[in-house]
Each structure stands twice: as C-alpha cells, then as structure tokens.
Unconditional design. Structure first.
Length: 121
C-alpha cells in the first residue's frame, strides 16, 4: 500500500496536481475523465460563444483524469517485471502531461483572445 506524506507548503502546481491525483479515488479520476469528455463534446456540438475556452479546459480535465488513472496502472505494473509495459505506461503518461500542458496554454491564449476582442482591428 502506498503511503502519501503531507504536501510541502511551497509545493509547485505540478506537485499539487500529482499529490491530488494520487490521493484521490479511481472513481473520482474516472468521473473527471468522463465529465471532461462530456464538456468537450458539448462545446464542440453546441458551439457556444467561448467554446475555445470550454474545449481546452475540458481537455485539461480529461488529461488530468487520464494521467491519474494511467499513473495508478503504471505503479501496479511496475511491481511486476514487465519492463516493456511500464515503458508504454510511461509514454502514455508523458503524452497526457504534454497534451494537458498544451491545453492549459490554450486556455490562457483563448482567454487572452477574448479579452483583446476587437482592439487590434
């Protein structure tokens, strides 16, 4: 069984998210993934005014939940001696992190684009 220590007071955002994902339940991580997927589908289907912000924030939520689930699976597989499977899970976790970082920067850029509005034209 994994024992999680308390989070440092000066922890970074990435450390906080990793701590929160590792201490949360599998059901919560799965519901984060499903809720993010539903929000992404709704933003793409109905096309609301701020759909870029909603879609990229939903992708962040999907990546967070998927990374948490993959991290759990990776820690269970790491106890066995299947090194190729561990590398696959490492790659998938890295893919989720990279996509989540790109989506987070997309949220910031979409908010910036909304805030600028028609100033440039």
């Amino acid at each position: 069984m994994m024992v999680l220590s308390a989070l440092r007071p000066d922890a970074s955002l990435l450390e906080f998210l990793a701590y929160r994902a590792r201490s949360g339940s599998v059901l919560r991580l799965a519901s984060d993934t499903v809720a993010g997927s539903a929000a992404l589908a709704a933003a793409l289907w109905w096309r609301p005014g701020g759909r870029h912000v909603i879609a990229t924030a939903a992708i962040c939520l999907v990546c967070y939940g998927a990374w948490g689930l993959l991290d759990r699976a990776r820690s269970r597989v790491a106890k066995t001696r299947w090194s190729a499977t561990v590398r696959v899970f490492d790659g998938l976790c890295g893919l989720c992190v990279g996509l989540g970082v790109l989506a987070a920067s997309g949220v910031l850029l979409a908010i910036w684009a909304i805030a600028l509005g028609t100033w440039i034209s």
